[in-house]
Design a protein around this ligand. Structure first.
Ligand code: URA
Length: 190
């Protein structure tokens, strides 16, 4: 089936492929620019996201906003989604079966948006999207070529709230992402 973002969101809204569809308050489909060059993918909605239906609006999201601001990227220009569209109870890690049930929606989102860069926010997203043995403390900020786009991973902002010493590395990674985006756009106009 050929989806548009609207029909995909509608299909997702009715989803009960896993048990999280029964416990969610709101589906957290994804928000932002549907033609974004830059896409961020987190893990799963937390409490504030479940209540609002919008990804990364809680404390971790506010910290992500600060990093976007620091490197001159506007949140409205990027697209933000998660591996899971529904909140796991008490914010536990996603189960493999939940990831499998949900990942098709993310794949369709990527197909529709066609970003140049996908940034995994945190270990869980990087392990699902880049490689299963991804080591976030060692491999954050590295680039991985995937067909038409580049992928990288940065620390999850919630991890930075727990360990603020890593914020400097996050800032360096975010600067490199902004720089790579500028380079890709410059190549396109050549
Ligand atoms: N953490 C995530 O991984 N995603 C959100 O949307 C919020 C917090």
């Amino acid at each position: 089936m050929e989806y548009t973002m609207e029909t995909l969101a509608a299909a997702c809204a009715d989803c009960h492929k896993c048990a999280l569809g029964d416990t969610r308050t709101n589906l957290v489909f994804g928000t932002g620019n549907q033609n974004a060059d830059l896409m961020f993918v987190g893990e799963a909605p937390g409490e504030q996201e479940d209540l609002s239906g919008i990804p990364f609006v809680g404390r971790a999201g506010q910290l992500l906003d600060k990093f976007l601001y620091a490197v001159d990227i506007e949140r409205k220009d990027v697209y933000i989604a998660n591996i899971l569209k529904c909140r796991p109870p008490k914010n536990r890690d996603p189960l493999p079966a939940e990831e499998e049930a949900c990942i098709g929606y993310l794949r369709e989102q990527v197909r529709l948006i066609r970003p140049r860069i996908i940034v995994c926010l945190g270990r869980i997203s990087a392990m699902k999207l880049i490689k299963p043995d991804f080591k976030i403390s060692k491999e954050h900020g590295q680039w991985f070529e995937r067909g038409n786009f580049l992928m990288t991973a940065v620390y999850h902002p919630a991890a930075l709230l727990r360990d603020p010493r890593r914020k400097e590395e996050m800032l360096e990674d975010m600067k490199a992402i902004a720089q790579k985006l500028t380079e890709l756009r410059a190549d396109e106009t050549k």
